[in-house]
Design a protein around this ligand. Structure first.
Ligand SMILES: Cc1cc2nc3c(=O)[nH]c(=O)nc-3n(C[C@H](O)[C@H](O)[C@H](O)COP(=O)(O)OP(=O)(O)OC[C@H]3O[C@@H](n4cnc5c(N)ncnc54)[C@H](O)[C@@H]3O)c2cc1C
Ligand SMILES: Cc1cc2nc3c(=O)[nH]c(=O)nc-3n(C[C@H](O)[C@H](O)[C@H](O)COP(=O)(O)O)c2cc1C
Length: 574
């Protein structure tokens, strides 16, 4: 009798669902299951007809949306005319990743789960959803769900493999040192193979915060020489960053990979999803530079494989411990809290020597980063407002964001690859209240510039920054428009003499906000970082509605939800 099979598909925007899919996949391999792990879109959907046991792990992104690497799958699932017994041969379970601070909590996995049932699939084990806002975190929910699922899977398995056995790589790579010549990687100009990416030329990369302010925020102008850009306010640009060549070199040296680093590589087996497509001149160095996220925090799947490659017993034990779910707190203290990177971990465990075939299995791929467009639509240029991520960890090490480090170094006339991602938001031409703390100003600037061009001026802008003179992003522009009565400006500065946050200023303008929303049919547009700010702002709007209408909190909450469903309360947070 052959081994039973399992197909584990993930939809993931920032890698969390992918990580769980990989952890589960590895456990299934040790239970001798023929295991396929793939992104939803990388999986040939015709093969679903042969799948008996399916697991879908999927996050929710945007405002209740399916992640980008699951869109094609979802489009297929929604096809009209699919028979209601299409998947009646299939047993499945699902796990959703979400965050209850978003109104459409875990919508993506709920839609997928429901559709699988509509198409005849049977639930094999209970579904579950995680909530990033809860103290359990994603891991807590996942552990419980995985425990229940594996109990059932073990009943199917005929043979368990000793956990000390090293399994062959899922996505192996083979450097071609014998027949081929060395290749030199052009780190500056990256030739990604996805054909629909746009080649842009950097028109400007200028700092727009004062030089003595702690944070460097950039206005990045990208030009399209072919004049064929198409975008609207609310759309985003995806950038495809590369690692710092110095970091890559230190990994190559540490692992003694110098002799193979610059020879062509072939991928032995399925290619993992790389959104921009593989770089054209594929070598170990270009793979590490452009595709593998060596600066990300190592997760459990890293340690599940890495412990096999340590020659020192104590180090091996430590690496193994970090791979166990019961030691998740120890892993958190080692990796997440001090924000240690994969590179640092490899350098710190001196006895760790990774066979190069395993790098794809060990190191996650670099995900493209999205940036809200901050310019008025134009076929020739697109502008972004980028806050450079640079901070010291609790162990006093300097950390730089993967993408924004790369952005900071871009110079005029550099060529980069990018893509434009349409957003589904539709703005009415009526009054518009915009709440835009920090870089939340980016999409708001785009909509304001477009409305000015269209002669629509009923605009109320609530900005939030630290200091008027240091980081009031595009402050001169807003003050000039306000002085010409082209918009009404309500700035908040949290570190100036008169301290206030956007929610305080909104509340101080209670009468105006109520009148605009309730009597003037205004749209409310909130942009910026996720977390506490959007929650505080929503509570403020609910309170304003309660005060003016004399309604309960329950009633104001459902009024806000109604506004949201009508597209009059729009939140774009990240
Ligand atoms: C729809 C959308 C629109 C966006 N629009 C914009 C925009 O207009 N402008 C913009 O600047 N960004 C925007 N972002 C965010 C952007 O995509 C990137 O996430 C951001 O630039 C950081 O990327 P990075 O690769 O430089 O950092 P990464 O390498 O991904 O590191 C970021 C991580 O570092 C950690 N971190 C950051 N600062 C600290 C600190 N002080 N202490 C401890 N940990 C810290 C956080 O965990 C954070 O998640 C948007 C995101 C989305 C999803
Ligand atoms: C820009 C953005 C939008 C999000 N939108 C939602 C949402 O609408 N509903 C939800 O439940 N969670 C939402 N989340 C939370 C994610 O689902 C959560 O962070 C998850 O762990 C991401 O997993 P991934 O890395 O596999 O994509 C959002 C997160 C981000 C960064």
């Amino acid at each position: 009798m052959g081994h039973p099979s399992i197909t584990i598909l993930y939809g993931s925007e920032t890698g969390n669902s992918q990580e769980f899919a990989q952890v589960l996949g590895r456990k299934c391999l040790y239970l001798s299951l023929n295991t396929v792990v793939s992104s939803l879109d990388n999986f040939d959907l015709k093969r679903l007809l042969d799948v008996k046991l399916l697991v879908v792990i999927c996050s929710t992104t945007g405002q209740g949306d399916i992640p980008r690497n699951g869109k094609k799958f979802w489009k297929f699932m929604l096809k009209k005319g699919l028979p209601s017994d299409l998947l009646s041969h299939l047993s499945f379970t699902t796990f959703g990743l979400g965050d209850s601070s978003y109104a459409k909590f875990n919508y993506a996995i709920r839609k997928i789960h429901k559709r699988l049932i509509q198409l005849g699939a049977h639930e094999f084990s209970d579904r579950a959803e995680s909530d990033e806002q809860s103290p359990e975190g994603n891991e807590g929910y996942y552990a419980e769900w995985e425990r229940r699922l594996l109990e059932k899977i073990k009943k199917l398995s005929h043979h368990e493999i000793d956990p000390n056995t090293l399994l062959p790589p899922m996505n192996g790579i083979v450097p071609q040192t014998s027949k081929f010549k060395k290749i030199t990687d052009n780190v500056k100009e990256v030739a990604l193979t996805r054909s629909d990416l746009i080649t842009g030329i950097i028109g400007a990369n200028e700092r727009i915060t004062s030089p003595d302010h702690f944070q460097d925020v950039r206005r990045l102008v990208i030009k399209d020489p072919s004049n064929s850009l198409e975008y609207k306010p609310g759309d985003t640009v995806a950038l495809y960053p590369s690692n710092d060549p110095k970091d890559v070199e230190s990994l190559i040296e540490d692992q003694d990979w110098q002799n193979i680093a610059d020879f062509p590589l072939i991928i032995d087996g399925p290619t993992p999803t790389i959104e921009g497509g593989l770089v054209k001149k594929l070598t170990l160095r270009s793979l590490l530079t452009h595709h593998l996220d060596i600066m990300s925090i190592p997760r459990r799947s890293f340690f599940m494989i890495a412990h096999h490659f340590s020659t020192d017993e104590r180090e091996r034990e430590k690496l193994y411990e970090f791979s166990l779910i019961e030691n998740i707190d120890a892993l958190y203290d080692y990796a997440n809290r001090p924000r240690r990177s994969i590179l640092e971990t490899i350098l710190e465990f001196h006895s760790l020597h990774i066979p190069v075939q395993y790098v794809f299995d060990l190191i996650p791929t670099i995900k493209p980063r999205l940036f809200s467009i901050s310019s008025n639509p134009s076929p020739s240029t697109v502008e972004l407002t980028v806050a450079i991520v640079e901070y010291r960890t609790i162990i006093k090490r300097l950390r730089k964001g993967v993408c924004t480090r790369w952005v900071k170094e871009l110079e005029e006339n550099d060529r980069i690859k990018f893509s434009i991602h349409p957003n589904n938001v539709k703005f009415s031409s009526g009054p518009l209240i915009m709440v835009a703390p920090g870089t939340g100003i980016a999409p708001v600037k785009s909509i304001i510039e477009q409305r000015l061009e269209l002669g629509l001026q009923d605009m109320y802008l609530f900005t939030g920054n630290r200091f008027h003179d240091k980081d009031f992003l595009y402050g001169d522009l807003w003050e000039s428009l306000a002085s010409k009565s082209q918009l009404q400006l309500f700035p908040s500065f949290s570190r100036d003499e008169k301290k206030s946050y956007v929610q305080d200023t909104l509340y101080a303008q209670s009468n105006l906000i109520f009148d605009l929303i309730y009597n003037k049919n205004a749209t409310f547009y909130l942009c910026g970082s996720s977390g506490k700010m959007p929650i505080q702002v929503r509570i403020t709007i609910e309170t304003i509605l309660e005060d003016h209408l004399g309604i309960s909190n329950e009633e104001s909450k459902s009024l806000c939800l109604e506004l949201e469903n009508k597209g009059r309360y729009i939140q774009e947070t990240w």
